[in-house]
Design a protein. Structure first.
Length: 202
């Protein structure tokens, strides 16, 4: 529960040239700018900046699989739908919002068994995935035990997550850019030049 996951923004490389106003260019334009700058023999400063934010998980995400095996698809679908209703009803009772319960992939595959004459088909396997996100992080064990007793056959994926991860990542990106700019300014000062516009970020 107290584990902290690190979100680190990718290294940001900024190419800067003399006395131009700040500007960030799209990738498709970067190659032309760099080529033109090279032909004009203008000076470039290449730096790398890093930014990081620590986030504490405040929710968990889990994907369940409900599976039925039998001879006819109609009966399999009826049985699977019954299990699905039971699982969803239980999840709602645990205070999980309906919007946080997502019915995912449905798969129908032939089921084969070994026989004296080789592998032969013996009906079908129908399965369905359910993805759930719950902010009541202390309740995850009760939820897992509950769904496993109501038709869920296996846990496909489980992880603790942070619902503020996107904001933290964007903050880390901004920090990385600021760090790169500070490094460029330091190098420019030592070289006796001035930092101009941003030529490329990668």
């Amino acid at each position: 529960m107290n584990s902290i996951s690190k979100l680190a923004a990718p290294l940001k490389r900024i190419n800067a040239r003399k006395r131009l106003s700040p500007m960030v260019l799209l990738t498709g334009i970067v190659a032309t700018m760099l080529s033109t700058a090279s032909m004009a023999q203008q000076q470039l400063i290449h730096v790398q900046g890093t930014g990081a934010m620590s986030v504490t998980p405040n929710a968990y995400s889990v994907t369940f699989v409900i599976e039925e095996q039998g001879e006819t698809v109609g009966k399999l679908n009826t049985a699977l739908a019954s299990d699905l209703r039971s699982v969803v009803s239980f999840l709602l009772e645990q205070g999980i919002e309906r919007n946080d319960i997502q019915s995912m992939q449905v798969r129908l595959t032939p089921r084969y068994v070994n026989s004296p004459n080789g592998r032969v088909q013996e009906g079908f396997t129908l399965s369905r995935e359910i993805s759930v996100t719950d902010s009541n992080i202390e309740n995850y064990d009760k939820v897992l035990d509950g769904v496993l007793g109501r038709g869920v056959d296996r846990i496909q994926q489980f992880s603790f997550v942070s619902t503020t991860q996107t904001n933290a990542y964007q903050t880390a990106l901004v920090a990385a850019v600021k760090d790169a700019k500070a490094r460029a300014a330091l190098l420019a000062k030592e070289l006796g030049v001035e930092v101009g516009e941003v030529v490329a970020i990668s």
